[in-house]
Design a protein around this ligand. Structure first.
Ligand code: XUL
Ligand code: CO
Length: 437
C-alpha cells in the first residue's frame, strides 16, 4: 500500500537524451553495458536517509521549511511511515543501495538501552522492506554528533563516559549494519576535533580516537563483519578543526595506530573542497595509498565556504572523479552515495525525485566519459610516456635501494648528466579531456 506521499509514483524510466520528461533518466540506463559491466554495477548508487527524510530545511537563520507527514518522527509509528516513504523513493529511483545513521531511522530513546531496542525494532522493519524490494545497504553509521552529549566530541570527549556511550552506540549500530548485510561501516567524526586548543589536550584526544578506531576494527573481526570500515575525512564543520582532516592526514593517523590495512576512505566531494583539494586529488591519493573505499557524491557551492551538500551537476568534474575511481579499479564494497540535500526552498516531494534523477544522470555522463578516456588510454599513454625513463634499469636501481646517495652521485658525475626539460603539455591534455566531456 502506497503512502501517497509522492502522489502517483511510477518507477523512473530511462528515456534517452532527447526526453523532456522531468521524471525520466536521460543518461543513466542501469542495464547499459560499459567496459564490460552494467552501469548499475559500476556506479552502485545509494540514497541517504538523513538529508531526504530527516533534515527539515533549517539553516543557521531559519527553522523548518519542509512539512513532512512523518515529522517530528518522535514515535515508532512515524519512524515506520518515514521508512515506508523512503523505500518508495529508493524503489522508484531504482537505486541498488541506501545508507543511514541509527539516529535517522529510530526515535532517540529515554535511555541508551531504549535507543538500542528501538534501533533493533526498526532494523526488523527495514529488513522486511529490503527483502521485499531487493534494495541493499551500502553502509550504516552512528550519529555521534547531533545530541548535546557529543558537543565536546564522542571518542575524543574529555569525559570517558561519553567515550563509553559512543562505543555502545557504535557497537549496536555495527550489529544492525551486519545483520542487514551492510557492505561497509562508516565513521565520520564531525565532533572529533576541537573548538579551541585552550581547553584541549590534543595528545590525549588523538590517543582516544586511535583506540576507538582499533576497538571498531577488533569488533568487526569478532562478529565476522566482512564489509569495509570507512573513515570519512572532513577538515572542519561542525568543529573548528577535525582530526580526520583529509586523506593524507587520516593515512598518517591510521599508520600511527597500525590500522592502514584495516580502514579505507569514504571520500566526499564537498569535504575535499573544504580541505583545499580537488575531489580527484583525494581519490587519487587514497588509491595511491591503497585506502580507496567509497564516495559521497555531493558538491559544495564554490563561493560559500561551508558544506552545502548539493546534488552533483558538473559533468566535467565528475568525469575526472570517476576517472580516478576507474584507475583505482572501480568500486568493490563501495559505491556512489548521494549525501546530498535539496535547497530549502525546494519543498515539493517531486523535488526529491528530480534532484536524484539529475544527480544520477550527471554521474552516468561523467562515468561514461571517464570510461571512454580510460579505454582509449587518452591520458594513460601520455603519462606512461612521461615516466618512461623510470623503466630503465639504472633508474629503477635508484628506487629499489640498490644504490646509495654516493653511488647515484658518482654515476651522475661519471656520465656528465645534463638533463633537458620536456613540456608538461597540460593544455594539450586538457584539450584531450574536453573531447570526452
Ligand atoms: C557530514 C557528512 C555525514 C557523513 C555520515 O558532512 O558527510 O553525513 O557522510 O555521517
Ligand atoms: Co558524507
Amino acid at each position: 500500500m502506497s503512502t501517497g506521499f509522492f502522489g502517483k509514483l511510477d518507477t523512473i524510466p530511462f528515456e534517452g537524451p532527447d526526453s523532456t520528461n522531468p521524471l525520466a533518466f536521460r543518461h543513466y540506463d542501469p542495464n547499459e553495458v560499459v567496459a564490460g559491466k552494467r552501469m548499475e554495477d559500476h556506479l552502485r548508487f545509494a540514497v541517504c536517509y538523513w538529508h531526504n527524510f530527516v533534515w527539515p530545511g533549517t539553516d543557521p537563520f531559519g527553522g523548518d521549511t519542509f512539512e513532512r507527514p512523518w515529522f517530528p518522527a518522535d514515535t515508532m509509528d512515524l519512524a515506520r511511515l518515514k521508512a515506508d516513504v523512503a523505500f518508495e523513493m529508493f524503489s522508484a529511483l531504482g537505486v541498488p543501495f541506501f545508507t543511514f545513521h541509527d539516529h535517522d531511522v529510530r526515535p532517540e530513546g529515554a535511555s541508551l538501552r531504549e535507543s538500542r531496542d528501538r534501533l533493533n525494532e526498526m532494523a526488523d522493519y527495514l529488513e522486511a522492506k529490503m527483502e521485499a524490494t531487493g534494495i541493499k545497504l551500502l553502509w550504516g553509521t552512528a550519529n555521534l554528533f547531533s545530541n548535546r552529549r557529543y558537543m565536546s566530541g564522542a571518542a575524543t570527549n574529555p569525559d570517558p563516559d561519553v567515550f563509553a556511550y559512543a562505543a555502545a552506540t557504535v557497537r549496536d549500530c555495527m550489529d544492525v549494519t551486519h545483520r542487514l548485510g551492510g557492505q561497509n561501516y562508516v565513521l565520520w567524526g564531525g565532533r572529533e576535533g576541537y573548538e579551541t586548543l585552550l581547553n584541549t589536550d590534543l595528545k590525549s584526544e588523538l590517543n582516544q580516537l586511535g583506540r576507538f578506531l582499533n576497538l571498531v576494527v577488533e569488533y568487526k573481526h569478532k562478529i565476522g563483519f566482512e564489509g569495509a570500515i570507512l573513515v570519512e575525512p572532513k577538515p572542519q564543520e561542525p568543529s573548528k578543526h577535525q582530526y580526520d582532516y583529509d586523506v593524507a592526514t587520516v593515512y598518517g593517523f591510521l599508520k600511527a595506530h597500525g590500522l592502514e590495512n584495516e580502514v579505507k576512505m569514504n571520500i566526499e566531494q564537498g569535504h575535499a573542497i573544504l580541505a583545499g583539494h580537488s575531489f580527484e586529488h583525494e581519490l587519487a591519493l587514497a588509491a595511491a595509498l591503497g585506502i580507496f573505499g567509497s564516495i559521497d557524491m555531493n558538491r559544495n557551492d564554490y563561493q560559500s565556504g561551508w558544506d552545502t551538500d548539493q546534488f552533483p551537476n558538473n559533468v566535467p568534474e565528475m568525469a575526472l572523479a570517476y576517472y580516478e575511481v576507474i584507475k583505482a579499479g572501480g568500486f568493490t564494497s563501495g559505491g556512489t552515495n548521494f549525501d546530498a540535500k535539496l535547497r530549502r526552498q525546494s519543498l515539493d516531494p517531486q523535488d526529491l525525485l528530480i534532484a536524484h534523477i539529475g544527480g544520477m544522470d550527471c554521474c552516468a555522463r561523467g562515468f561514461k566519459a571517464a570510461a571512454a578516456m580510460a579505454a582509449d588510454k587518452a591520458l594513460a599513454d601520455p603519462v606512461a610516456d612521461r615516466y618512461a625513463g623510470w623503466k630503465r634499469p639504472e633508474a629503477a636501481a635508484m628506487i629499489d635501494g640498490s644504490m646509495g646517495l654516493a653511488d647515484i652521485a658518482d654515476e651522475a658525475h661519471g656520465a656528465g648528466l645534463d638533463p633537458q626539460p620536456r613540456s608538461g603539455r597540460q593544455e594539450a591534455l586538457e584539450n584531450i579531456v574536453n573531447r570526452y566531456v
